[in-house]
Ligand binder design. Structure first.
Ligand SMILES: [Zn+2]
Length: 77
């Protein structure tokens, strides 16, 4: 039984998620990643196998399926 390492909940569900990663100052997004998602706190957990797959995808020179524009805001209090 999987347990959330953040809140300790065992309400973990397998879901397809999207995640953004910053590679050499460039933001990339991978979607459709099978992950375990904590239903209580929303923590997303990837198996080491999946994490390795993601690493290979974002570091390869494969063509992204699409591009999106990202607006960046500087935080000010
Ligand atoms: Zn949790």
């Amino acid at each position: 039984m999987n347990k959330c390492h953040i809140c300790g909940s065992n309400e973990i569900k397998e879901e397809l998620v999207k995640e953004t990663f910053e590679i050499d100052g460039k933001l990339v997004m991978v979607e459709g990643i099978p992950a375990q998602v904590c239903q209580r706190c929303g923590e997303v957990i990837f198996s080491s196998e999946i994490a390795e797959n993601i690493r290979l995808i974002v570091h390869s020179n494969s063509q992204p399926t699409k591009s999106i524009q990202v607006d960046v805001f500087a935080f000010s209090a």
